[in-house]
Design a protein around this ligand. Structure first.
Ligand code: MN
Length: 227
């Protein structure tokens, strides 16, 4: 086999309670998946259904610190349930969808809200606002065989101990099986894919030195300092 010019290993996320790690291929993200958040962003959830975008796999942050990024004066937190795909598929039905899931994690979709507003105004793509370095803090992945498939329960985020986001997984417009089914109509899902499933209301600004704690009931808790 042809030798690679230099070594390049896939990003990986630890698996809770194991010495193995989950290698990451792609990160899909769902936009506008909780009605109250859609409204706080100034949109009508009935008029604008959830949609998909991506972050690069090497945007993941596993660990206690994420750097404040350049190119923004308005960095926002978005706590999200993350789905880890362990089996591939395309055109997966709603009924089959959970068979693809290896496990779950809690992630933060860090967003440059100012750059996102610029992109929206100009009709440009979102990478500059969403796909920057260290934009995807994540906890270790908890296997579904241990916790099942969470369908309801609190999803919350606090900054410096003050509650900012509080929602319930049951309020997702597209629940996890529907996300997987829809995504797989467009892209071929494969082992190693992660899906950030959208954020509830209460997104807001974070600053250097802020300490973020977030949790999803029955899944995990994340702590990140913005360094
Ligand atoms: Mn998001």
């Amino acid at each position: 086999m042809t030798q690679l010019l230099f070594p390049l290993a896939p990003p990986a996320v630890p698996i809770e309670g194991s010495d193995r790690a989950f290698p990451v291929r792609r990160i899909y993200c769902v936009g506008k998946n909780y009605a109250a958040h859609v409204r706080e962003m100034g949109s009508d959830p009935a008029a604008e259904p959830p949609f998909f975008f991506m972050k690069p796999a090497d945007a993941l942050v596993v660990g206690p610190k994420a750097p404040y990024p350049p190119d923004t004066d308005n960095l926002h937190h978005e706590v999200e349930l993350v789905v880890a795909i362990g089996r591939g598929g395309w055109d997966v039905t709603y009924e089959q969808a959970l068979d693809l899931v290896y496990g779950y994690a809690v992630g933060i979709d860090l967003t440059k809200r100012d750059r996102q507003a610029d992109a929206k105004a100009k009709g440009q793509p979102w990478e500059r606002a969403k796909a920057f370095e260290a934009s995807a803090p994540i906890t270790p992945i908890v296997p579904a065989e241990r916790i099942g498939h969470p369908k309801r329960g609190a999803i919350e985020l606090a900054v410096n101990g003050e509650m900012r986001q509080h929602g319930d997984l049951a309020d997702m417009i597209l629940p996890v099986p529907a996300i997987i089914a829809r995504l797989s109509e467009v892209w071929s899902l494969a082992p190693g894919d992660l899906i950030y499933t959208g954020t509830p209301e209460g997104v807001g600004r974070i600053a250097r030195g802020d300490f973020i704690t977030a949790r999803v009931d029955g899944v995990a808790r994340i702590e990140v300092e913005i360094a």
